[in-house]
Design a protein around this ligand. Sequence first.
Ligand SMILES: [Zn+2]
Length: 450
Amino acid sequence: MSTKATVEKLVSLCKRRGLVFQGSEIYGGIGGFWDYGPLGVELKNNIKQAWWRAVVQERDDVVGQDAAIVMNPTVWRASGHLDTFADPMVDCKECKKRFRADDLVGAVPAGTHGHEAAAKVSRCPECGGELTEPRMFNLMFRTYVGPVEDDASTAYLRPETAQGIFVNFANVLTTTRKKLPLGIAQIGKAFRNEITPGNFIFRDREFEQMEIEYFVKPGTDEQWHQHWVEERYNWYLGLGMRKENVRVRQLDREELAHYAKDTYEVEYLFPMGWSELEGIANRTDFDLRRHAEFSGRDLTYFDEESGEHIIPYVIEPSAGVDRLLMAFLMDAYDEEEVRGETRVILRLHKDLAPIKVAVLPLSRHEKLVPPAREVWGLVRKHWMSQYDDAQSIGRRYRRQDEVGTPLCVTVDFDTLEDEAVTIRERDSMEQVRVPIAGLVAALRERLETA
Ligand SMILES: [Zn+2]
């Protein structure tokens, strides 16, 4: 995180510049749901594309898929979500606020133990009122399929995309004729009815995941686990995240999910402290074994080397798009003094920047408009771009800096004589003059080389 970034500044920038809006804002919002505006959707798409390119397009051992959000409810019995995907919840009898019991445990002052600590958490942290006993609360959103609302038609919005991959393992294996190790990648929405969503888009009730289930032969799982931890950590650094703000942490035994043999987290130093961006778990053969059992289907893999049917182990890198977007923004946020004014810049990696090129006529002078529109016509075919002629040129540069646009192209009165334009670079503010005939090549050199 930049030393200048705070959650307040980020929320304000996101709203002001159309990156992220509160969901259903005109009705007072709805907790844990956020909407992405014109620039937010570009940034989000760019994050997803960068991920897809790295894990699918550039590898020969991972393929993609896109499963439905609503699945046969037996999936959630097999996966364990119906029984165990729950948080302990307590209610305040006075103000009716609801809390996660484990959050309140964290709120106990240091140095209090046993009965003393228990006594402390029996009061509401907001109003001091009495709390109910903890009850387990399942985090899956429930819905009904078809016209009848009864137990038989109950279905769930998926709480993770992973299960859509496990149930398609045999389909993908057969149709691609691939051998192990084989990864299946998916990007999609997931839903969790969090008791306490918060920290802007860090913990949402509706969010997007980027997950890979990487199927390997048992015995090679630990080596592939290390491979993916390194790959994923390096992906963040490759997209410009500052090394001092990203770390890998191996979870303690007590922190592991019921299915996991071992898990690492890629964490980011948010204002609220080190928090998970991505979990990389060794899920063993838990999921395939359970789905084979509940579906009655054969989900084994025939290993030609040993001549045996085996149940593959699974390494799962699982990242949250929304919290990655927040981390990339925090990390890119910067302020600097330029000629007595504060310049706000998003130093986003060029692959992530929502707008790659802004085309700016020096003014709205009638002679400048036709060549400026013409230049924009050349640029927009290749990159997400913007044409802006409102206000002074200085103000327009600042506006582009604030949303991380790497390059601005300015059309001025000299353009009418020399058929050239000025490229201005975001971070250095350096300007170079290039002929319009070579503009696309000049932009490509700056935007597409590593
Ligand atoms: Zn209360």
